[in-house]
Design a protein around this ligand. Structure first.
Ligand code: AMP
Ligand code: MG
Length: 468
């Protein structure tokens, strides 16, 4: 088949990217192809086409590979130049419903943005992004998607020699907070404005006619990101590296590196090996949301008001409002998880009190089993606080709560020990555990005993790694 690529980013935003071809994989081998996603995108791909095109071995006709420039605050420190150091945007496609998507290769070789890196990726982390992003999609969370992972046949050196791989990522776009920061840091206001105009046209077209489209744009990104982080929190998802270059303007979850789902509820949970300060710990994510959005607001200041003091005042007003907006979104998420109908002013307190009572207990299963004390109780070392909380919840939730809970709370999430098991097997050439886990996480509201239980204690403290 042919892919009808378009290239609005390359066409409309000269100076924001560099044209560079991906490396040709020497011996590509297709590991997984997302046929349902391909169908949704209107692509009918043979495995041979996927293997060649999604490994860089051959460019699909019409592709115009570019590496995008961006900057970013990494763990609070500003890097003025990051950019696609191992990714190539092939172009955009329009799905049958009319939505536009980027198609990007990740792990496809060096670019002028590679700095010290080798431009490569390896099987484990690319399959990990595939699994977790597909889990998020099945759970109803806005996310980039994964179209394929192809082993390249190359050996990539990390701590040990590992098999190389390329992930094909599909995203509403790859515009990041860091894309705006790249040009703002260089004082290039015209380019920041061009990016904002592009982002509005692509993601928030209704805002083009607003009194001040740039302020409306800031509001829209705040709204989308607050909703997103509230969804993460509801699922116990920890992104792990919420740098500003990993925050998408579209409101999609992007860049699955050291992310993981929390098992036993502990607000301070951190999985990433490099997050020593706990900056991106579970309970800090709503604070980082506001911090990152402040960085976006700074880039837009010149367009919020011609009077600089006034612009700062407007931005501060919006930023101050983020905490309340997030709280509203989180309360809505918790209402759904608790099977509550309608709104009661005490709902947020009810949810807060559950969190206090359930500390240490499995996040996912506690919600799933709320209506069934016989299966709930074994999740707790000490059930006394829950004994006090449950009658309050029952009185508020009323009839039919059990059914509503089963629809709102997944039975299956990608449990860390299951993910590791699948990725280790895949790295050693056995894809069967990966496909079994993938099938389970794609149907997360159906109970599947083998994938539902927390890691055995022998699994130990889970640690994830970045940039691998
Ligand atoms: P990430 O941690 O994936 O969000 O990446 C942060 C920055 O490092 C981005 O600019 C990436 O393109 C770059 N990067 C990560 N891994 C590599 C690699 N193996 N080679 C070149 N650049 C990389
Ligand atoms: Mg990144």
């Amino acid at each position: 088949m042919t892919i009808a690529f378009d290239h609005t980013y390359a066409r409309d935003l000269p100076g924001t990217y560099l044209r560079v071809p991906p490396d040709a994989a020497p011996a590509p081998k297709l590991l997984v192809l997302n046929q349902p996603l391909a169908r949704d995108l209107g692509l009918t791909l043979t495995e041979a086409e996927a293997e060649a095109w999604f490994s860089g071995a051959a460019l699909p006709p019409g592709a115009d590979p570019i590496a995008q420039a961006y900057a970013g605050h990494q763990f609070g420190g500003f890097s003025p130049q990051l950019g696609d150091g191992r990714a190539h945007l092939l172009g955009e496609i329009t799905a049958p419903g009319g939505r536009r998507f980027d198609v990007q290769l990740k792990g496809s070789g060096k670019t002028p943005f590679s700095r010290g890196g080798d431009g490569k990726a390896v099987i484990g982390p690319m399959l990990r992004e595939y699994l977790i992003s597909e889990a998020m999609a099945a759970l109803g969370v806005p996310t980039t998607r994964s179209l394929a992972v192809v082993a390249t046949g190359e050996t990539v050196w990390r701590e040990t020699p590992l098999p190389g791989a390329v992930l094909t990522r599909v995203a509403a776009s790859h515009l990041r907070v860091g894309t705006f920061q790249f040009f703002a840091a260089r004082g290039d206001q015209a380019q920041v404005r061009a990016l904002a105009d592009y982002a509005i046209a692509r993601h928030y077209p209704d805002l083009a006619g607003a009194d001040n489209p740039y302020l409306a744009f800031l509001d829209a990104v705040i709204a989308a990101q607050a909703r997103l982080i509230a969804q993460w929190m509801g699922l116990g998802f920890i992104h792990g590296v919420m740098n500003t270059d990993n925050m998408a303007i579209s409101g999609e979850t992007i860049d699955y590196g050291p992310c993981a789902f929390m098992e036993g509820y502990a607000p301070g949970t951190v999985f990433s090996s490099i997050d020593h300060q706990g900056r991106y710990a579970y309970a800090n994510q709503p604070l980082i949301l506001a911090w990152n959005l402040a960085r976006l607001a700074e880039t837009l200041l010149p367009f919020l008001d011609p009077d600089q003091n006034k612009a700062v005042e407007i931005a501060n007003d919006r930023l101050t409002g983020i905490a309340a907006r997030y709280r509203t979104e989180w309360t809505a998420v918790m209402r759904r998880k608790l099977g509550l109908i309608g709104e009661d002013p005490e709902d947020a307190t009810l949810a807060d009190d559950l969190l206090t009572a359930m500390e240490g207990a499995d996040w996912t299963l506690t919600f799933r089993r709320l209506a069934d004390p016989a299966t709930l109780r074994p999740l707790f070392d000490d059930f006394r606080a829950m004994e006090a909380w449950l009658p309050r919840w029952k009185a508020r939730a009323g009839e039919g709560a059990a059914q509503r809970i089963a629809k709102a709370n997944p039975a299956v999430i990608p449990r860390n020990h299951k993910v590791e098991e699948a990725l280790t097997a895949a790295t050693n050439g056995d894809m069967a555990p990966f496909h079994a886990l993938l099938a389970a996480i794609q149907d997360p509201f159906t109970e599947a005993e083998a994938f539902m239980l927390p890691a055995p204690t022998s699994f130990g403290q889970y640690v994830t790694f970045c940039g691998t």
